[in-house]
Ligand binder design. Sequence first.
Ligand SMILES: *Cc1c(COP(=O)(O)O)cnc(C)c1O
Length: 423
Amino acid sequence: MEKYYKRALELDKMDVLSGFKYYFEDEDDLIYLDGNSLGRLPLRTADLIADIVKNQWGKRLVRSWNENWLDLSQSIAAKIARVVGAREDEIFLGDSTSLNLFKLAFAALKAKSGKTKIISDDINFPTDLYVLQSLVDQHFPGHSISLATSEDGITVEDHNIQDLLDQDTALITLSYVAFKSSFMYDMKRINELARDNDSLLIWDLSHAAGAVPVKLNETEADMAVGCTYKYLNGGPGAPAFLYVRKDLQEKLVNPIWSWFAHEKPFDFDLKFQADKGIQKFGIGTPPVLSLAAIEPGLDIILEAGIDNLRKKSLDQSRFLLEMIKEELLPLGFRFSSPLDDEKRGSHVSVQHLEGYRITRSMIEPFDDAVPIIPDFRPPNNIRIGIAPLYNSFMDLYYTVERIKGIVETKEFERFGQEKLTVT
Ligand SMILES: *Cc1c(COP(=O)(O)O)cnc(C)c1O
């Protein structure tokens, strides 16, 4: 491992983003590799929220709606637009990813009412599939869902999607970056396939936004949803976003009508008239505190630059994969992420039969080893989330060294197989 230690030192020295970690709350004695589940707290967020609570809510009270709050969702959405390659009038910020997917999938199925097929894949995030199942079960009884199968459990080939696609396909929904394996689709190619069959496509960007360059406009994507509490560092349960290409907006109807989607909410008209723009996808009063908390994280991402982040993330995942190959494969580990850079997001998964107990040992060392927080995804994936804004190459070196030690000494045997609720 000696040579990797030296390499990590050198790579950290050359890292142009190394200063960005100081924008975040940081515990000295913790290696955090779960930024793809809950990103770190930007220091400015803590001050900003304290100020909004004390001054805007505390002192200005309801006057704050006009002074600061009514435009908040749209002004922060404009920054998300820059991160995902869209126009600012194509992004709505609010509600959860699941709810946004429900709204858009419902609207898409209505817009393509002559067609009955829905396509997704079997490595997609479960909530996305649940939303589709609920739509078929509750609202579109004649529709059916077909899942493209991943042959190796890691990637989905274009032809796996293409084989299912036909003129009867109303909707395709896929995660751009897969939550377990980190597999990343060719967005442009899949958009073309959808267009050739006159189908609509919704991308879930939850594991992609802030982690990889996303080019919604350039690839002519129809729709997308995504969360802000992972690589965007917006805080636990932070409001999600949705994207609808400008020319599609007038063709889609939000299934849930509420005053915040109304053209003129403060006229209090008794008849609903939808907003003409992207705000038509809003539902109810925005959660001001959670919305405001998203902005500092976005500012940091925009300052670092998404291309710089991608470059560092790839340098880091390559370094990690090389160490895993040399040091961990001989100990019973297997890669469960694509090795090809173009097909990999910013996290790396490895499998081991004792994956769960190894993860527990990393998080709760029995001696003075530094706690390392990755996460675990069943049946036996250890997911190592690389967040280039605050992870160093040395973090990755220590992680591999520690995993190696845990397996060689069988330290994981301190733990049972029973699972904690959040892993
Ligand atoms: C994290 C994640 C979600 C989360 O959905 P919520 O409604 O915010 O709980 C959805 N889809 C994908 C692909 C995710 O990675």
